[in-house]
Design a binder for this molecule. Structure first.
Ligand SMILES: *[C@@H]1O[C@H](CO)[C@@H](O)[C@H](O)[C@H]1NC(C)=O
Ligand SMILES: *[C@@H]1O[C@H](CO)[C@@H](O)[C@H](O)[C@H]1NC(C)=O
Length: 420
């Protein structure tokens, strides 16, 4: 037997030992818990299951019950903790959703969906996806929240909510990714009065949004260990195919993906796009209160879009998405302007008091701009070296003088520091 085969065999034996060890512990406990269940001694089985959970979960693994778990035990004293840590990693399911790697019985017990194996040590470890709809509550990381019958649309009527509770105080933020979000559009004055997504209970404000927002996201600060409620209200009297699927991510207080204070959105790419809520290049079909074609832009916004500065980067440049002439139409009458002038300096305005974005310390073509506010019907490429990288968005409560505008859809790119 060669040296190599020999060590491979030893490894295999060790792996086999540990896999049967952990599966054994879990199965034995499950078997006895089933036994106890059948004796109707539910309380006893509950506490056994809790002990079991303590064994095969690490602190970062989240529980739906939100029970405070003892963290006073020192994991290093227990060999199975080491395997538990491995098995409770974040995993990508074979349905391309994010899950948590757990022993399959635990996934079933917690109403998860098994989406493929996630460990080379044991085929008992599966990637468990938590999917929830109206009326649910969760403390699991990467819970997916969707409309009833998703991916089929929902015709509307009523309120659909989920309550998200952080498992402990090491979690500071909730990142909500709108993988799909299509609700009834705002009125021609930019009000979400037919359908509305509201997010409450956090320590930071989230504006009410509606319309088309697939691909957008928001960050909300948890208020200690208090819960955050995500609620979609829809009006059944308005015929529309609503649809949503959100990914709910727990962000640890020391995570590199924690958004800085004041950022409703946080982008981490060295380049990418930012857009106002309900941005679509096509005009709104709704009329506004003065009877002309309304806006897509949502009223009463006040938030920051932050971009994480990459290493070796000194500034950031924002420009309109060039394929879309309407990609900066924030104030004034889109229809009254020669379309060839849209997106040019001829219609960029810095005299902004109603709806505008703020780019701190802006320069255009190397020249400092007199004001950091931008509105009108075009934005010339604008660079800022102010840190952190942020664009503030402000819209007032009255969009009636804004005719047929869409909002903004910008691309950003981070610029390397000059070589000295
Ligand atoms: C479980 O415990 C609760 C109180 O802790 C008690 O009211 C209940 O009767 C118990 N159930 C069983 C099945 O023993
Ligand atoms: C939750 O999952 C995300 C991946 O979607 C990961 O980045 C994050 O660190 C996880 N949070 C915790 C507290 O483990």
């Amino acid at each position: 037997m060669s040296e190599r085969t020999h060590s491979t065999r030893i490894l295999a034996i060790v792996a086999l030992f540990f896999s049967s060890y952990i599966v054994g512990i879990y199965s034995a406990a499950r078997a006895s818990s089933q036994l106890l269940n059948s004796d109707a001694a539910h309380n006893a089985s509950r506490s056994l299951e809790d002990k079991l959970d303590l064994l095969d979960k690490e602190a970062a693994s989240l529980t739906e019950t939100g029970l405070a778990r003892s963290s006073s035990r020192n994991p290093r004293w227990f060999p199975f903790y080491t395997i538990g840590r491995f098995s409770n990693d974040i995993c990508l399911g074979n349905n391309l959703l994010m899950g948590t790697c757990v022993i399959s019985g635990e996934c079933t017990d917690n109403n998860g969906v098994a989406a493929g194996s996630c460990s080379t040590i044991t085929n008992q470890a599966i990637c468990c996806i938590y999917q929830r709809t109206c009326g649910a509550s969760t403390s699991y990381n990467n819970t997916y929240f969707y409309n009833s019958n998703y991916p089929a649309p929902f015709a509307g009527g009523g309120r659909c909510s989920i309550v998200v509770t952080p498992p402990d105080s090491t979690i500071c933020q909730l990142r909500i990714d709108f993988l799909a979000l299509s609700l009834a559009p705002p009125t021609g004055d930019g009000l979400c009065s037919t359908d509305a997504l509201t997010i409450s209970g956090g320590a930071s404000q989230v504006p009410t949004i509606c319309g088309e927002n697939s691909g957008q996201h928001v960050y909300v600060d948890f208020n200690g260990v208090g819960s955050i409620t995500i609620s979609v209200a829809t009006s059944g009297s308005y015929t529309f195919n609503r649809q949503w699927q959100f990914q709910l991510r727990m962000i640890g207080c020391t995570s590199a993906t924690l958004a800085p204070a004041g950022c409703l959105q946080y982008h981490m790419g060295s380049s990418g796009n930012i857009a106002s809520f309900n941005y679509v290049s096509a005009a709104s079909s709704a009329l506004n209160s003065i009877g002309v074609q309304g806006t897509r832009q949502l009223a009463s916004m006040r938030y920051g879009i932050c971009i994480r500065k990459a290493t070796g980067i000194c500034s950031i440049t924002y420009s309109q998405v060039s394929s879309d002439a309407y990609s900066f139409t924030m104030t004034n009458d889109v229809g009254a302007v020669d379309p060839t002038l849209l997106a040019t300096s001829a219609v960029q305005s810095q005299d902004c008091t109603t709806d505008y974005i703020i780019i701190p310390a802006p320069t255009q073509g190397g020249t400092n701009m007199p004001s950091d506010r931008f509105c009108g019907l075009g934005l010339v490429a604008t660079t800022s070296a102010a840190k952190p990288f942020v664009v503030y968005v402000v819209t007032d409560a009255n969009e009636e003088m804004d005719i047929s505008n869409r909002g903004f859809y910008l691309s950003y790119s981070q610029n390397s520091c000059p070589v000295l």
